[in-house]
Design a protein around this ligand. Sequence first.
Ligand SMILES: [Zn+2]
Ligand SMILES: [Zn+2]
Length: 183
Amino acid sequence: MFIKIKDLELRKLEFNETLGPGVIDLGEDLVQKTPLLTTGRAELIRENRGAHEVIEDIRLVGSFSTEIDALCARCLEPVHNAVAEKFDLLYRPLGVDARSEEVSISQAETEIGYYQGEGVLLEDVLKEQILLALPVKQVCGPNCKGLCPQCGKNLNVESCDCATSMPDPRWSALEDIRKKLEQ
Ligand SMILES: [Zn+2]
Ligand SMILES: [Zn+2]
C-alpha cells in the first residue's frame, strides 16, 4: 500500500491491512509464519522551517502483529517470535535535514525517517519495524550447543567425535593404509 503525500493533502488516511507471508521481503533468514495485521492512520504534518519554507511530513501511527521465525545464531534452527508492536513515525522529505541545521522536533517520542518522491510504501515501513522488533542475534535456547565447526552436525540432536580431536574416520582409514604400506 503506497501512502501518497498528494492524498494526505486532502485527508487523513486510515489503514487496516492484512499482509500474507511473502508480501514483505524479509530476506532469507526470517520467515513470516502468519498474516501480518496492521491498523493505523497516516496524516500530513506541515513543518515550518524559517519564514518561508514549509515541509510536508508524513506521520504514521499504528500497530502491527505477526509471527516470525528467525534462525538460531548457533544451530540455525528456527526460533519463533510473536511480534506485536506500536509505531509512531515521522517521515520527512529526503534531503531536507541535510541543508537545515536547526531541526525542531515537536513530537519528542516520534521516530524520524525519510521518504523519497511521492510518499512511503507501508510494506517498507513495516519491514523496518519488524527488523527493529527482533533481536539482532537470537538463540533457540541458552544451552544451545550449536553446530560442530568441523563436521557441521547439530550438536543439540547428535554428537560427533570432532570435539575430542579424533580424526575423521575417513582419514584414519587412510592412516591405517599408510601404516600397512610402511611395514
Ligand atoms: Zn540453537
Ligand atoms: Zn563434528
